[in-house]
Design a protein around this ligand. Structure first.
Ligand SMILES: NC(=O)CC(=O)C(=O)O
Length: 266
């Protein structure tokens, strides 16, 4: 059976209430278009002026306005809501865990993945060092959804193919992201399509896409890619919704005609 999924693209700001209002509007739009599973981007709840701003709004697991919003919306709309990333409080008072939380159509907590690989990049005026404000995750995140297993990853994880191999065969990889304009222009689509082709599964990527109040420019290009590596739908820049279908029969066809997953030797 085919299922519609959606990726939300945002240009998040330092205001959590404003970002919640934008996410609310876009997720409702996705559900109205028939999406059973909706993915928010990395840092959807806050993109601060300074990296450390997210520490002030970090929530303990299971409490707080960001988590209440996601649980309530998933239940009201009867969807699987995968909450991009939000800042969860960590044992270090100066750092957060950059976490993806999943809510079932009943509004219950259904999964968690903490970003493992922390982004570092320095070129010209651009400099990022996530390890200053984020504690890395340690565990894989794989979720059972109606159309099969869903493997969770976040942004910079995309550059580490061994993470996706370790998940085992999944039907869908979800990747909330905030790729920079510079690195996204050069690498984003190539890496996403490679992960879809080598794992013979769908890839749904929800990005930040525009100029943020902190001066950071993100690449956007949220997209759905099929197991053959074809980009099925994409949104280049700005806020919006990307929708498309997961077709398990098509995925099985790809895996049967090109049994590369069975031909692995290590
Ligand atoms: N922002 C990220 O985590 C990753 C990124 O922009 C890149 O890998 O490039």
């Amino acid at each position: 059976m085919r299922h519609t999924v959606a990726a939300i693209q945002m240009i998040s700001s330092p205001s959590v209430p404003d970002n919640i209002a934008t996410a609310d509007r876009l997720v409702r739009h996705a559900a109205a278009a028939g999406a059973l599973l909706v993915l928010l981007p990395e840092y959807w709840a806050i993109m601060g002026i300074n990296d450390a701003d997210k520490v002030a709004v970090a929530e303990p697991l299971g409490q707080g306005p960001i988590q209440d919003f996601m649980a309530g919306l998933a239940k009201e709309l009867g969807i699987w809501l995968i909450g991009g990333t939000l800042p969860l409080a960590s044992s270090d008072p100066l750092k957060v865990v950059n976490t993806t939380l999943v809510y079932s159509p009943q509004g219950e907590s259904a999964g968690r993945y903490d970003k493992i690989h922390l982004f570092g990049f320095s070129q010209g005026n651009e400099s990022y060092n996530e390890s200053k404000t984020i504690v890395p995750g340690k565990n894989l995140g794989v979720l059972d959804a109606p159309f099969g297993k869903v493997g969770m990853s976040v942004c910079y994880d995309l550059r580490f193919p061994e993470l996706f191999r370790a998940m085992g065969p999944v039907s869908l990889i979800v990747l909330p992201a905030a790729f920079t304009y510079t690195t996204g222009q050069a690498h984003w689509e190539i890496l996403l399509r490679a992960r879809a082709i080598e794992n013979q599964c769908y890839v749904l990527a929800a990005a930040q896409g525009g100029m943020h109040p902190n001066g950071r420019r993100t690449w956007g290009h949220s997209m759905l890619i099929d197991p053959w590596g074809t980009v099925k739908s994409v949104l280049a820049e700005g806020e919006g919704v990307v929708t498309g279908e997961i077709d398990p029969a098509f995925m099985e066809g790809v895996r049967q005609s090109l049994p590369a997953l069975k031909h692995r030797t290590m």
